[in-house]
Design a binder for this molecule. Structure first.
Ligand code: XIL
Length: 388
């Protein structure tokens, strides 16, 4: 008896805070669109030749305090994405209050520089503020749906018209596929049932019809049987979503590649072609290379990272449905891999996962990416069509 009013009150309070926040009109308050900022010799200029966009994740703390960093992302990238600043843990850190300050700053910057934006990420089992999982656990399905709707309307509504594609769901597949539907156990699944994935896509599409709704998934890139099994599950689910009329337009491969596993170019090529064949766009959304299997020596390691990247990117850029190549930051010192318990190098050295080094110098990985983009087949017409 005590539980019911409490639950209702908490949900109403959270929803109230969400609903009371003003939704910005398109173009406001982010300023006028500026001229493209990227340099003629950078990664974006090379990618654009074939209709691709090169982008990078930007961590808010670095963006806010380092002008050299801001110059680098303006010079190299045609697309930006917030690492954490549009996640629920930042936007809704406390119930009933929204914080868009850091997300707004990046949107304003990208807009001023003529850069596209991705949105990351609406529904994920991680990055939930601590007050949300217990709230979802207590909610009825109708209350949980209301909360999901208000959350998506709040964040995607604020950036309506500014975001080229939104990661509607992130990492929804279980590692091993123990459930017949392949979904991972999560607070969203528990509260809403397996229909939460389709539902989130429909809500985003209603909220911002200009943003391409994207399913972003990890561990679908490399040549090992368990990833091949995940690729099969992705294709099956995509077919189902399209058959059900779910408004999905893109599939994102996170592409946190690891040097400990092989790349099977044939398997990768077939997977991308299957997705492209369904009429969907494809994005590489979080590209980086965990170099832990490579030796400590920097020159050797950088070469091996670059060669490894080439095996992956050569196949990807040949697929006409590939639209964006987004690296998960561009600047080695900030890679998340160094903070991750299973991804940091066992020898304690910093990962050399990204295109620019600690002095913002272009590394062998940068030169390889530039070469891959420069040599890629020209699919500009197909890509323009898929962007819509
Ligand atoms: C990471 C950020 O880079 C970190 O700063 C944060 O502490 C944790 O999340 N897959 C994703 C991203 O989809 O959101 C993650 O980003 C990296 C793995």
């Amino acid at each position: 008896m005590i539980d019911r009013p409490t639950r209702r009150a908490v949900l109403a309070g959270a929803a109230c805070g969400l609903a009371s926040h003003g939704i910005a009109a398109p173009g406001q308050p982010f300023g006028p669109a500026g001229r493209p900022s990227w340099s003629g010799d950078g990664l974006q200029a090379a990618a654009a030749r074939t209709g691709l966009t090169f982008g990078t994740e930007v961590p808010g703390f670095r963006f806010a305090r380092d002008p050299a960093y801001r110059q680098a992302v303006a010079r190299e990238a045609g697309l930006l994405v917030c690492g954490t600043e549009m996640k629920m843990e930042v936007v809704l850190a406390e119930p009933g209050r929204t914080d868009f300050s850091q997300g707004d700053a990046l949107v304003r910057f990208a807009r001023g520089n003529g850069q596209r934006l991705r949105g990351h990420t609406l529904v994920w089992h991680e990055a939930l503020p601590p007050w949300v999982p217990p709230l979802l656990a207590r909610a009825t399905p109708a209350q949980a749906e209301d909360f999901l709707r208000r959350w998506i309307e709040t964040v995607a509504g604020r950036y309506r018209g500014q975001i080229a594609s939104w990661d509607v769901v992130n990492e929804v597949l279980a590692q091993d596929g123990t459930r017949p539907d392949g979904l991972r156990e999560s607070p969203w699944l528990a509260a809403l049932g397996p229909g939460y994935v389709d539902l989130a896509f429909r809500i985003l599409h209603q909220t911002d019809p200009m943003a391409a709704p994207c399913w972003n998934e990890d561990a679908v890139e490399q040549g090992v049987p368990w990833m091949e099994a995940r690729r099969t599950r992705v294709l099956k689910r995509l077919e189902g979503m399209l058959a059900r009329g779910v408004p999905i337009r893109r599939f994102g491969l996170q592409s946190h590649l690891t040097s400990t596993l092989p790349i099977d170019q044939g398997q990768l090529r077939r997977f991308l072609a299957e997705i492209g064949g369904m009429g969907l766009g494809i994005e590489i959304t979080e590209f980086d290379i965990d170099d832990r299997a490579f030796p400590a020596d920097i020159a050797v390691r950088d070469r091996m990272v670059a060669d490894f990247a080439r095996r992956y990117l050569d196949v990807a850029v040949a697929e006409p449905a590939l639209l964006n190549v987004v690296s998960w930051d561009i600047y080695d010192p900030d890679t998340w891999l160094n903070d991750h318990p299973y991804r940091k190098r066992p020898d304690g050295l910093a990962q050399r996962a990204l295109p620019l080094d600690a002095q913002f110098r272009r590394k062998p990985l940068w030169h390889t990416m530039k070469a891959v983009f420069s040599e890629a087949p020209d699919h500009a017409a197909r890509r323009a069509k898929l962007r819509g």
